[in-house]
Design a protein around this ligand. Structure first.
Ligand code: HEC
Length: 119
């Protein structure tokens, strides 16, 4: 990892932590985390439309299959897929099964930022 992506990573973690802490305060105050709050947190790293990740090694979500995205989130939650950043997000944001389905459908419905290579 070069210093540029390290900076991006530090920035993302800071932003995500800030978002999470602010949300945790809301939750403590009885507000809870809305689906929109969670969606906003995802945008900090993956881009608001899921197509402009913060660092080149962060995946683009826009246009991926809904069931693939939902399954990836469940796998992070259940420990079948692990990644220090993403596994933490799923826990910190307290994603429910319903959130995971909605998030998968949301990003799948956005203009694709991934393409099939010509063979
Ligand atoms: C702090 C940065 C950060 C935040 C916030 C974040 N992600 Fe991620 N996400 C990552 C990184 C880094 C990866 C790559 C992890 C890996 O290689 O397994 C990733 C991977 C994923 C994947 C797997 C994609 C694939 O192509 O396999 C999905 C799905 C995903 N994130 C969805 C979300 C959703 C939904 C949210 C909000 C609830 C979110 N992420 C919030 C950094 C973040």
């Amino acid at each position: 990892m070069n210093s540029k992506s390290l900076c991006a990573l530090a920035g993302a973690l800071g932003l995500a932590l800030f978002t999470t802490l602010a949300a945790a305060e809301d939750a403590a105050a009885g507000g809870g985390l809305s689906y929109d709050d969670k969606l906003k947190a995802c945008g900090a790293c993956h881009g608001d439309n899921g197509d402009k990740p913060l660092a080149p090694d962060y995946p683009k979500l826009a246009g991926q299959h809904a069931d693939y995205l939902t399954q990836a989130l469940k796998n992070y939650r259940d420990g079948r897929r692990t990644h220090p950043i993403m596994s933490m997000q799923v826990k910190a944001l307290n994603l429910t099964d319903e959130d995971m389905v909605k998030l998968g459908q949301h990003y799948a419905g956005l203009p694709a930022a991934v393409q099939t290579l010509t063979q």
